[in-house]
Design a protein. Structure first.
Lengths: 102, 238
């Protein structure tokens, strides 16, 4: 038996194409690659004349004091997901007697 | 896709919260019923939730020169439906609103309607249309995931357009402007997300086909056909 790797191949091609597009866009101009949320916020100011800086939170919220702390919290969020994913797939592989293909 | 705290007038915050609440209530009821019925589904729910956690934390660069993140709701939508997906999505949005200032409590209703409800509803429609057809199940997973992702951003554009109609052109002009920012950025991300979740679904089919069959995510024949297609018989063995 040999395994069918078509889906893996398609996914790798999609990811490589994605990286290629990023490199092209990034080389082709001065892009900030800021969040689309921020770009959307700037658009609010353009369309309506409402200054983004004048918008105040309706409910006070915690704001990470620096970009580093924010990125570490995002990493924490992803790691929660990774932990659960590893746990469940490990559990299933264990149930299948260690064989990946049943 | 998250609408930041304070970015929606309070009237719109209430409207979106009121739309989201029934889905959350239904989700809690469905989740309770499912846990009473069979706890064997919980690991799969964990996998679906884990992907929403992981993918919505990844801010990826895109063709428009800005960054955005996938939503990861397609898998949960297919396996557990819209109501339970709304609960999982709400947990992620709450985490981001409380700890990351990404979104906010007042705008969480609007963010739930786009990411945890609207996107999954669109994905679910695609799923129901393709489920019992001859379309390959991985193509179905890809389309459900990509559509759920894209529609999330279309709804966000709509929510912002309603709250911030343009001085010239009104809601429609505003929607076009937000759509151009969010949806175009999202197209490549939705394609990659669709491929990745189709691949993950393949591994679930390999490891736990009986859960998918029991939950009737796809028919037994479709699951069996997909499992057979994963192994090619080499010419020497024929």
């Amino acid at each position: 038996m040999i395994r069918n790797w078509t889906l893996e191949l398609i996914t790798v091609i999609a990811v490589l194409a994605f990286i290629g597009i990023f490199l092209m866009v990034s080389a082709g101009g001065t892009h900030e690659f800021s969040g689309s949320d921020d770009v959307g916020s700037q658009k609010i100011a353009e369309l309506t004349g409402v200054s983004v800086n004048s918008i105040q939170p309706l409910i006070p919220q915690y704001i990470p004091p620096s970009g580093e702390i924010e990125s570490s919290l995002f990493a924490l969020q992803a790691s929660f997901g990774g932990l659960i994913l590893g746990l469940v797939f490990g559990y299933w592989v264990g149930q299948a007697g260690g064989k990946i293909i049943t | 896709m998250h609408i930041m705290e304070g970015f929606l007038p309070w009237q719109w915050c209430i409207v979106w919260w009121l739309i989201a609440l029934p889905f959350l209530i239904m989700g809690i009821l469905e989740l309770r019923a499912m846990m009473r019925k069979d706890r064997e589904y919980l690991p799969l729910l964990g996998v679906c939730g884990a992907f929403i956690f992981i993918l919505s934390a990844l801010k990826l660069p895109s063709v428009t020169g800005s960054c955005s993140h996938p939503t990861g709701t397609g898998l949960s939508t297919m396996c557990f439906g819209v109501f339970i997906t709304s609960i999982v999505g709400a947990i992620v949005l709450l985490f981001q609103a409380l700890l990351l200032a990404h979104g906010g409590l007042s705008t969480m209703g609007a963010n739930m309607v786009s990411m945890a409800i609207g996107g999954p509803i669109a994905g679910y429609v695609v799923y129901r249309l393709l489920k019992d057809t001859k379309v390959n199940i991985y193509v179905t997973v890809f389309l459900v995931t990509a559509v759920a992702d894209l529609v999330t951003y279309v709804i966000t554009s709509f929510e912002l357009a309603l709250a911030y109609p343009a001085q010239v052109g009104g809601i429609l002009a505003s929607f076009e402007a937000f759509f151009a920012i969010f949806a175009i950025t999202q197209v490549p991300l939705a394609i990659v997300e669709g491929c990745i979740l189709a691949l993950v679904f393949k591994y679930i089919v390999q490891l736990k086909p009986e859960i998918l069959e029991k939950m009737n995510v796809f028919s037994n024949e479709q699951i069996e056909k997909a499992r057979m297609a994963q192994e090619l018989v080499s010419p020497a063995e024929v």
